[in-house]
Unconditional design. Structure first.
Length: 249
DNA sequence: AAATGCTCCAACCGCACTTGC
DNA sequence: CGCAAGTGCGGTTGGAGCATT
């Protein structure tokens, strides 16, 4: 049995939203709050898919949205964040108040990509285009095929005396040993110096088990109301992760 | 003025992840 | 633990508006 569709497509409107639909959606969310997107269209009297309502609200109707052109500062921040996070638009958007992931993604594809290309910078790697020639590409699949072993944390074990410092994110067991190559620029290693991280975590663990940072908070994104770790982005206040620890090869 | 091409962005789609039972 | 529903994310598309011929 397959997954049921998110909505009854035969009876839903598609395409551009009308002013009346916007007003209905806004009024409903103001009255009842966000969430329950699946049931929202019916409750609000909209012939729309729940996903469509969510998207419309998040990308267009939310009152805290900043409209208008991106500033130079925002441009620079987007480029810097993209070099660190790759196409993780939601993470990037979380660092730009009033901007949505969709907006940033569009802006990247239409403006910044071109801007970087015309400056001779590869938007994918953030390196000069000329430097790309003759560059060695590390393929994780190849490494696995070659018999390189990885430990439980996804870190490559030393092989034949050759030190490897590639850190990977691995899927849980049972997923056909498929490697997940994050969209992050793989030439960057985002981490604290191991000793420092170990020290910080040990101290915190000793104080209070709950103080350990979740992954989202290490990236500066609190996604859960139950999150108690009080982390902050890139460790700018906590020191757990900061720019000094972003090692590029 | 009409035709064509290009740019931009709102919206859609499919998949992955999370949550609850 | 497994399944299904709900939600979120990132890639892609369609079409409106503008520029050029």
């Amino acid at each position: 049995m397959g997954r049921s569709p998110c909505c009854e497509k035969a009876h839903t409107n598609k395409g551009a939203w009308t002013k009346e639909e916007d007003e209905r959606l806004t009024a409903h969310i103001k009255a009842y709050g966000e969430g329950c997107w699946r049931s929202l269209p019916k409750a609000a009297g909209l012939l729309r898919c729940g996903k469509s309502c969510r998207l419309r609200w998040i990308n267009y109707l939310r009152p805290d949205l900043k409209r208008g052109n991106f500033t130079e500062e925002e441009d620079e921040l987007i480029i810097k964040l993209h070099s660190l996070l790759g196409n993780k638009w939601s993470l990037i958007a979380a660092r730009l108040p009033g901007r949505t992931d969709n907006e940033i993604k569009n802006y990247w594809n239409t403006h910044i990509r071109r801007k970087l290309m015309s400056s001779g910078i590869d938007p994918a790697t953030h390196r000069p285009l000329l430097e790309q020639q003759g560059k060695t590409t590390i393929s994780f699949i190849k490494a696995e095929e070659k018999g390189v072993e990885f430990d439980g944390r996804g870190e490559a074990k030393k092989s034949g005396g050759e030190e490897m410092s590639v850190r990977l994110q691995r899927r849980p067991e049972g997923e056909k040993k498929k490697w997940r190559c994050p969209d992050l620029n793989l030439e960057l290693c985002i981490s604290t110096p191991p000793s420092q991280m170990h020290q910080v975590l040990c101290q915190e663990t000793a104080k209070n088990e709950e103080l350990r940072l979740c992954f989202n908070c290490r990236l500066g994104v609190k996604r859960s109301s139950e999150c108690k770790c009080n982390g902050s982005f890139l460790g700018l206040s906590s020191g757990v992760l900061d720019y000094r620890s972003l090692e590029s090869n």
